[in-house]
Design a binder for this molecule. Structure first.
Ligand code: KG4
Ligand code: ZN
Length: 344
């Protein structure tokens, strides 16, 4: 089965072609037109600007994805598109294009939840692991992105139980805000983690909110405020001081994420721990979660997604769409609606 995936929920316009054969995905192409340079000028995404950029980019990106896959639209078995959550003005561009293509070419259409995409990124092969494991259920995935921090339990394909969510800021959002406090630019996550690499993660003891709470929710607003107060109290700043702040902040976030993920993995006796979302690109998180799984749950498999599929992309949308298509979860073109608040 060959699926064309389309993603436009925030500030990346993306298209990809993915195949699903006997439970395994392969990526024939994955194209992303990033708006990072545009939004860096305003220090964040301006929805109206993002939508305009999607309009200009979406058809060339789809054409490129098909060309890279050496396929024409006629050879595609189904079209999968992100229908939410995200910015409504951005989502609608992808959804409208997918609807039109589905109507004109009489191709089945699948609406995909963006978070499902981040979950199914783990099913995509990576450079280091060309053949992904076929994971056994139950599976626990930690989704950490710019808008979400969620622990999701899957007992079978396409079935999700959200065990915990953030009560305030998402993990990626606090990375972006701390980057702003330190004038590190947009997007903040990669900048903070790059500088953190030079710093001492034990230099400052920032709070680890809700690390011991007996639920699986998160809260990062208090940590963000602690970082702000710490910066405000400083008489002067150097690159080394900022690096210590980044490393200590990053360590606090990672400690909370790892502790809660391990606790949930134990409670629900999962066989695999997976990661998804932009913050899954964070090296400290990838490594420390891996070490914790190895130490505390030696029989549980841990395979972080390829870096290419952590931040927003369409291959992950096509992968989730492929499993939906296999289950015949299609929507008629004029019934598919973008939903900015769609939950799992
Ligand atoms: O999944 P994503 O591309 O978009 C959303 O669905 O939100 O995630 C973007 C988020 C941003 O907040 C960005 O700062 C963060 O992921 N991010 C990182 C890293 N790379 C991206 N956060 C920490 N460390 C990174 N290396
Ligand atoms: Zn995302």
């Amino acid at each position: 089965m060959r699926i064309l995936g389309i993603e436009s929920s925030c500030d990346e316009t993306a298209a990809a072609v993915v195949t699903l054969v006997r439970g395994r995905c392969a990526v024939l192409s994955s194209v992303i037109a990033s708006q990072v340079e545009t939004h860096a000028k305003t220090g964040g995404v301006v929805p109206e600007v993002a939508a305009r950029e999607h309009v200009g980019a979406i058809m060339p990106v789809i054409e490129q994805a098909l060309a890279d896959a050496k396929l024409s639209l006629k050879k595609i078995d189904a079209i999968a598109v992100t229908r939410g959550p995200g910015l409504i003005t951005s989502l609608r561009i992808g959804v409208d294009v997918a609807r039109i293509l589905s109507y004109l070419l009489k191709k089945p259409l699948v609406g995909v939840n963006h978070l499902e995409g981040h979950l199914y990124a783990s099913w995509l092969p990576s450079v280091n692991r060309p053949v992904r494991s076929v994971f056994r259920f139950p599976i626990l995935t930690l989704i950490v992105s710019g808008g979400h921090t969620e622990l999701v339990l899957m007992r079978k394909h396409l079935q999700y139980r959200v065990l915990g969510v953030t009560r305030d800021d998402a993990a990626g959002e606090v990375f972006d805000k701390v980057a702003k406090m330190l004038d590190l630019g947009y997007p903040g996550g990669p900048a903070v983690s790059k500088l953190a690499f030079e710093g001492n993660s034990q230099a400052i003891v920032f709070p680890r909110p809700m690390i011991d709470s007996d639920d699986f929710d998160f809260s990062f607003a208090g940590l963000k405020t602690a970082v702000r107060y710490h910066i405000q109290k400083l008489k002067s700043r150097t690159r080394a001081i900022d690096a210590d702040i980044c490393a200590s902040f990053e360590q606090a976030v990672v400690d909370v994420l790892v502790a809660k993920t391990i606790r949930a993995a134990k409670k629900y006796k999962v066989t695999a721990v997976l990661l998804g979302g932009g913050v899954a690109a964070n090296r400290r998180l990838r490594e420390e979660l891996g070490e914790a799984v190895k130490k505390e749950l030696p029989k549980v498999s841990y395979e972080p997604p390829d870096l290419a599929y952590t931040t927003d992309n369409a291959a992950m949308i096509a992968a989730a769409g492929a499993f939906h298509a296999q289950a015949k979860h299609f929507t008629v073109w004029n019934k598919l609606e973008a939903d900015p608040n769609l939950g799992l």
